[in-house]
Design a protein around this ligand. Structure first.
Ligand code: 7RM
Length: 650
């Protein structure tokens, strides 16, 4: 890992917050910041207790933190509240009632605005529709929707009745959806007939039908009519969203939820093939997303806030839905691709809706760069005042482009490090206060005790590469892995004997205490910010009839951060060919979805293995990247394999 860390470019540029931004910011005095930071670390219960009391409790909590069942934390013990009340009722009963909550644009150009009052009504209606089909507190509901307002409505409606949602990204295929429905024990699915993507209709309902062919526990499928494509209908099981909400009242009493009641499951990839259902509970998650949205995005009532993430990923949960809505913000939602019908689509949306805060991923920024400056330059971006980045390390070149071309030199950039598991932003600049360095997520947020440690858990000095750990619990942390608590302990806590949460990332901290995230040290790869495990793709590959063995590695990619390269050995009677490659490609798309499609498939006679039979991924990574392997190859079982792999040409 140290080799990788040395590759991180030394970046010397510094960007202090602009004076006019700082003058207006929520937090701009170093003194006030230090006071808050000190309290959050020295007296966390005082700090988090006060933040939590800003939310509407149905029953006050008795204790801020109970860490006695470590590594499972309990926050705001004994309290009861409902997340949908914090996101909706609170604003409806205030001057924000007529304020825009969601400003939606569909890919074909249709638009829709929902005020807080309207959103509240829609959520209550759909909550009643769920109840009418027998869905109740504690049930799990899969959501497989495009980025349409109904996605947020469905999530909040589940929260209102105490059912947990499990959102599955609409880009996943039927088998991937089925695996998540089965693992989560979902009994209902919320989907759409289709969704618009690059001018084409993605037939979501058809994927659901295929997935449900072996999910006997799913009794109801709610279908949003979005693309009006033809669908196959099961009269017993399927119900149109618009029919379901037509019959019910727009009032729905919120279910009083215990602080530690399940709010949602979200599946994410780890280092094994089976996706993990990350467990998030009610109050702590809400407190974390509420506070970070406020301080990291410096949210104010006049803001028009746009996070481009899909609700299928954690960023869509925390920073499209729960964080901004609990703060009463106006949230922009866009259904489609950034280059449809033209390459300036995002900038057009920013101009039209006068977006002030824009939060996206490095992979998108690098695409914008490649498409050319002429596209953003055609639009008025003067409404923007703050930019954000998330999902992977942002390379300084992309950072500078983002700052100059999109932010026009005026907007601070918050490079936010966090994970599905952390629930909310953990390492980040505070925009009115932090002097940023391109490529660094800077310093830990309030209450976050992050450190870089060595193999033995000893804290390392400045600029020494090591493991990123969090040394104390935080409110929005995961509470486990659904159905597999042992895996939770093993994945995150075992490495440092229960002392620290291990994030799986390698990083260093510079002389100013700024964190530089290098990337994963496990077998997780990030393609366009989407998280996959190499094993997940490998198991899809080996389920193809021709494939005997497969090894998948990430290769650095200028646009997507990493891309998937698959090394494959074929069974007897199969020969490498471009047809076979195309067929294997199709198979992966069918098994997981287009997002997991290998950028390259290399056929090989054998894979490099150690004497104990472990595939030597490090070698494959180097080969995929076209780097001469310099590392230790002394344990390799068959030396000729290496030469064959390098020389490979089909
Ligand atoms: C929010 C999200 C988590 C992994 C994480 C890192 C990487 C995320 C940054 C980053 C460098 C960042 N959740 N990562 N943000 N690396 N700088 N600002 O992405 O669960 O899908 O992925 O993403 O490796 O461990 S996630």
């Amino acid at each position: 890992m140290s080799g990788e860390i040395e590759n991180v470019l030394q970046e010397h540029r510094r960007f202090p917050p602009a004076a006019d931004f700082a003058a207006e910011a929520r937090l701009s005095s170093e003194e006030a910041y230090q006071r808050m930071l000190r309290e959050s670390l020295d007296e966390p219960e005082l700090f988090w207790g006060r933040v939590a009391r800003e939310l509407p409790w149905m029953q006050p909590f008795e204790r801020v933190l109970d860490w006695s069942k470590r590594p499972v934390a309990q926050w705001f013990v004994g309290g009861k509240l409902n997340v949908s009340v914090a996101c909706l009722d609170r604003h409806v009963n205030s001057v924000r009632s007529g304020k825009r909550a969601i400003v939606f644009e569909g890919e074909p150009g249709d638009r829709r605005t929902l005020t807080y009052q309207e959103l509240h009504q829609e959520v209550c209606r759909f909550a009643n529709a769920l109840k009418a089909r027998g869905i109740k507190k504690g049930d799990r509901v899969a959501i497989y929707l495009p980025m349409v307002p109904e996605a947020a409505i469905a999530m909040l409606a589940c929260a209102r009745i105490g059912a947990a949602h499990s959102v599955v990204f609409g880009g996943f295929s039927a088998p991937a959806l089925r695996e998540r429905i089965l693992d989560g024990g979902c009994t209902a699915v919320i989907t759409a007939d289709g969704s618009w993507r690059r001018g084409l209709v993605q037939p979501l309902k058809a994927q659901v039908d295929e997935a449900l062919s072996s999910c006997p526990d799913v009794h109801s499928v709610f279908v949003v009519q979005r693309a009006k494509n033809e669908v196959v209908w099961s009269a017993r099981r399927d119900v149109w969203w618009h029919d379901a909400v037509a019959l019910v009242s727009a009032e729905c009493e919120p279910e009083p939820m215990d602080s530690e009641d399940l709010l949602f499951l979200l599946y994410t990839s780890g280092s094994t093939g089976k996706p993990k259902g990350i467990v998030h509970t009610t109050a702590g998650y809400l407190v974390g997303t509420y506070l970070t949205s406020q301080f990291v995005f410096d949210l104010r009532d006049e803001d028009v806030y746009w996070c481009t993430a899909d609700v299928g990923w954690v960023t869509g949960h925390s920073y499209v839905v729960y964080g901004p809505l609990s703060n009463g913000a106006t949230v922009v939602m866009y259904e489609g691709a950034p280059n449809t019908p033209h390459f300036g689509r995002f900038w057009e949306i920013i101009e039209r809706h006068k977006v002030t805060i824009f939060y996206t991923a490095p992979t998108a920024i690098r695409s914008f760069m490649r498409w050319g400056d002429e596209h953003p330059k055609k639009f008025d971006l003067s409404s923007l005042r703050l930019l954000g980045s998330v999902g992977e390390p942002i390379n300084p070149e992309a950072w500078i482009w983002y700052h100059q071309i999109i932010g026009q030199g005026r907007c601070p950039i918050v490079d936010t490090w966090w994970q599905t598991e952390t629930g909310s932003i953990m390492i980040t600049p505070l925009p009115g206060l932090t002097t940023t360095k391109p490529g660094s997520a800077t310093r830990p947020f309030f209450g976050v005790d992050a450190a870089i440690v060595d193999e033995h858990g000893n804290e390392l000095g400045p600029n020494q590469g090591g493991f990123l750990v969090i040394r104390r619990p935080w409110p929005s942390m995961l509470r486990g892995i659904w159905g597999d608590m042992q895996r939770y302990v093993d994945t995150y806590w075992k490495k440092f004997e229960g002392r620290f949460y291990f994030a799986g990332d390698g990083a260093r901290r510079d002389e100013d205490g700024y964190f530089w995230i290098v990337g994963r040290i496990d077998d997780v790869i990030k393609v366009s910010g989407h998280r996959f495990s190499t094993m997940e793709v490998e198991s899809a590959l080996v389920s193809h009839a021709a494939v005997v063995e497969a090894a998948v590695v990430g290769r650095p990619d200028n646009i997507t951060g990493q891309s998937i390269v698959a090394f494959i050995t074929l069974g007897p009677g199969f020969k490498p060919s471009s047809e076979l490659r195309a067929d294997i490609d199709k198979h992966v798309i069918h098994e997981i979805g287009k997002v997991a499609r290998p950028a390259e498939i290399r056929f090989t006679e054998a894979l490099p293995k150690t004497r104990s039979g472990k595939i030597m991924r490090r070698l494959l990574r180097d080969i995929a990247a076209g780097i001469e392997t310099v590392g230790d190859t002394s344990t390799i079982e068959d030396y000729t394999v290496l030469a064959k792999l390098r020389a490979y040409e089909d």
